[in-house]
Structures are given as C-alpha cells and as structure tokens.
Design a protein around this ligand. Structure first.
Ligand code: ADP
Ligand code: MG
Length: 323
C-alpha cells in the first residue's frame, strides 16, 4: 500500500510518537527494545471488543485510557515496570474526531507511566482494540498467582464494586442515584492501574492478581494456582460510599463481590508483613485492606458478620458463559 493510504495516514498522524525508551519505535517491520541484564521481560495482551467490554456510546478518550490501563494493571499484578506497548486497532471506518480522542486518552496515560507506543497494526472491521504491554521485572521476583500459602492474609487495594455497580445499573439490576452513576461509571471507564503498588509488593506479597473478572473469581484463580482455599469476611471488603449504599442488597453485593473491572490488586502475604503493607498505604496514598485468610482446601468462602457463609449468585465474568 502506498504511503498516502488512509491506513498509513492514521498510523502517522495518531500513533507515531517518539519512543524514547526503545531502540526503534513505529515505522519498521519490528520494533526493537533493549532488555536490561538481570531482568525478566514481562509481556501481556488484553483485547476490548465493542458490546462485550464497553458500551457503544462510550467516549473514545475513555476507551484509549482503558485499553492501556487494563494492560498496565497486568504489569502491576506481576510487580513489573511497564515500558513498551503495541496497539492493534480494528476500526469500522476512519473517523478523525474518534481517533484524535482515542489517541489522547491513550497517550495521556502512556505519558503518566513513561510507556512508549512502539508498534501495532491497523485494520478495518468491527471496533476492537488490542494492546500488548511489555515491561521488566527483576529476574525471579515477579508476583505470581501460585504463591499463596495457608495462613497468609488476603489484601485488596482501593475499593471494589463501583465499576460493576455502574454496569449493573445499565442492565437495570440496581438503581444508582444519577450523581452516583456518573461517579461509578468513571471507575469503569478510567480505571487507575496500581503500578507503583505492584512494584512495592515485590518481596512482600506471596501472590497477586489484578481484579478484572471480579474479586471472587480472581481470588479463586489465586486459590486454584496455589492449591489452597480462602475465607473472605464480606464486611471487611472495602467499598466506596456508593458501594456502601448497595452492599446490603443481593444485587448490589453480587455486583461488588462478583462483578469485574475494578483493576485493584488482590494479593496474599505472610502475617509478619502486616506493618510493611500498612506503611505502603501512607507512602503510596492507596488504601490497602485485609479481607481474609488463606486456608487449607479449595475455593473461596464468603463469611458474614455472624461468621455464617454468605451466598451470592454471580461467580465473575466468563466470556463463554456471560455474566
Ligand atoms: P507490516 O506491513 O510490516 O505489518 P504495518 O504496515 O502494519 O507493518 O505497520 C507499519 C508500522 O506501523 C509498523 O511499525 C507497525 O508496528 C506500526 N503500526 C501500525 N498500526 C499501528 C498502531 N495502531 N499503533 C502503533 N503503531 C502501529
Ligand atoms: Mg501489519
């Protein structure tokens, strides 16, 4: 294709920026990066599909932010330092206002984390965006899902549930006040990846995961890969002031515990690490809350204030089962 084609115009105009931390960025057949000695290369990909991951009416600037944020969150969950991103974009047509806004959302966040866009692919079709992120973590020090041990504490950063409450509101399952919906939906559209926290947890956390499918589902992944069970004190799960209004209802509790898209970190650590972890709250300005314990056995049990099991309907999002 000639260089004046719309495809190359899109790449040149919206996605070609200096890549200070790469040997070679956008423009050649491959990008080139120099991986630091003694570091493992951490790599992850996440795709967002219209209708599955976002409502068709979402603002493209929010989409640009989210496409990168969900990938930065995977870096956070491994304790990795993000450096490089690739963007595969499938677009129904060339809409300059859309591209301008999408690129702004993407690059504003990329700049905040010193991440360079070093390549990608641009094709025509239904709206789909795939970001691949690459970063570094000291060899052997990555936080994995499989390291939780019986007796470990379970912790979660920030608060959970607002994003899922916004989705539940859109689906008519809960009713949020208008101002609450507007606040909650921003957690859905512009999640904050806990990158600094993930790196600070190296050497402290025994396992970690980012909450994309829901606290319950993601903690279940830790349990399965670690060969352990978990109990979670439902009343200890940190919620926002919006979440606090809805956790008393079945649908609200369901969204908060089983709904996804929070991009907070859930991790486990030895009880000896409690003080060090609590210190991180002050250093990083991110609340971190202890919500339960790793036990022998399998799966996650939810306990209410009376110590009795709490049952919820949802078990987290599965693409081939639906919510
Ligand atoms: P090829 O034909 O070798 O697959 P392309 O024509 O798809 O290369 O892309 C040309 C250059 O532009 C490559 O360096 C590629 O990585 C980059 N690129 C394409 N699309 C994007 C995008 N959406 N964002 C960033 N870089 C892109
Ligand atoms: Mg290509």
């Amino acid at each position: 294709m000639a260089n004046s084609s719309p495809e190359f115009e899109v790449i040149a105009k919206y996605f070609t920026r200096p890549a200070a931390n790469a040997v070679l960025g956008v423009g050649d057949d491959c990008a080139l990066v120099d991986v630091t000695n003694g570091m493992d290369l951490a790599i992850s990909t996440d795709t967002m599909v219209e209708g599955t991951h976002f409502f068709p009416d979402v603002n493209p600037e929010n989409l640009g932010h989210k496409a990168l944020a969900v990938n930065l969150s995977d870096m956070a969950a491994m304790g990795a330092m993000p450096y490089w991103a690739m963007l595969a974009l499938t677009l129904p047509n060339v809409d300059h206002a859309w591209l301008e806004a999408f690129a702004k959302g993407f690059f504003d966040l990329a700049q905040e984390y010193n991440v360079s866009l070093i390549g990608g692919d641009t094709t025509r079709g239904p709206l789909v965006m795939t970001v691949t992120i690459m970063g570094e973590v000291p060899a052997g020090a990555a936080l994995r899902r499989g390291g939780a041990k019986v007796g470990n504490d379970i912790w979660v950063s920030g608060n959970v549930g607002d994003a899922a409450l916004a989705v539940a509101h859109r689906h008519g399952l809960v009713v949020l006040a208008e101002a609450d919906y507007h606040e909650a939906v921003m957690r859905l559209y512009e999640p904050t990846p806990r990158v600094a926290l993930g790196q600070a947890l190296r050497g402290l956390a025994t396992s970690a995961i980012d909450i994309s499918d829901g606290l319950l589902a993601d903690l279940t992944h830790i349990c399965r890969l670690s060969g352990v069970g978990a109990t979670v004190d439902v009343n200890a799960v940190p919620v926002s002031s919006i979440g606090a209004k809805h956790i008393g209802t079945d649908a609200g509790r369901n969204a908060i515990l089983a709904g996804g898209d929070d991009y907070e970190l859930c991790f486990t650590a030895h009880p000896n690490s409690r003080d060090s972890i609590e210190d991180l709250t002050d250093v990083l300005g991110v609340p971190i809350t202890r919500i339960g314990q790793i036990k022998r056995g399998k799966g996650v049990s939810l306990l209410g204030s009376d110590g009795k099991p709490v049952k919820i309907d949802g078990r987290g999002y599965d693409h081939f089962k639906g919510p």
